[in-house]
Write a protein that binds this ligand. Sequence first.
Ligand code: CP
Ligand code: NVA
Length: 292
Amino acid sequence: MANLLRITDLSTTELEQMVHLAESIKADLKSGGTNTSLSGKTLGMIFQKPSTRTRLSFEVGMAQMGGRALYIRDEEIGLGVRESIADVARVVSRYVDCIMIRAKKHNDIEDLAKHATVPVINGLSDQAHPCQALADVLTIREQCTSKAPKVVFVGDGNNVFVSLANACIMLGYDVVLAAPKGYQIEVPGAAFIENPQEAVKDADIIYTDVWTSMGQEDERDARLAAFHGYQVNESLMALAKPTAKFLHCLPAHRGEEVSNGVMEGAQSVVFDQAENRMHAQKAVLARLIGGI
Ligand code: CP
Ligand code: NVA
């Protein structure tokens, strides 16, 4: 793996190894260990959209491993506007050991990766969120006893769904998307069921994300109407297995895609999931630039 732009940049074996590495990095940290495998390394982080988890988890993860991270706002570098993407890629590569980028257009990340001479990590695009999916798989493995859990994503067939579905299918999980017509997306191996009540039957994991992603604000009214009836609330959770867990990549819009009761309920593991972003990304960094 030279870059991590999509989950499918990893082979199934590489994905399994990455998750195992994340598990051992997490266990080591929890038992008081120190890991300085990124000593002297610098991660450049370019953001064209806001972030809480992605920025903090990469920044703290780098620091914990002895390296450092630079937060670069697109307002400063003007990707493709002040300077061409190809030139930015070649310049930034001369200073840092790895680039993480959150961009509006996935193709811009591909372009940056093509011209960069250091590894590039996708920190969210309109098409994919591979770092999120690694944390999600780590969380599912911690929370589920089943080796082949049924993962039901209720809501928009978006960037988060695509990466989650790719990862889960590679690991042999059963993946279902419950979305209204017009908001489905084809991911080979994933099933589509329009009716959310039917889709969540026997689910081990129920996952949702916002109905209006960053950059789709103009579509908000149409989306609120289209997703009416797709809220993950207590009645929908009751149709899944009693042991089912609730996941959300966050930030959540309570009262829209998820009820406050489910977010705060006993089945919700969303904050463990958020924490796992850091452990998963430390594994990615260790693989890409830590010689592990
Ligand atoms: N889940 C996620 O990527 O969160 P941020 O947008 O806060 O980084
Ligand atoms: N689908 C959301 C995920 C945010 C982490 C978005 O793209 O805004």
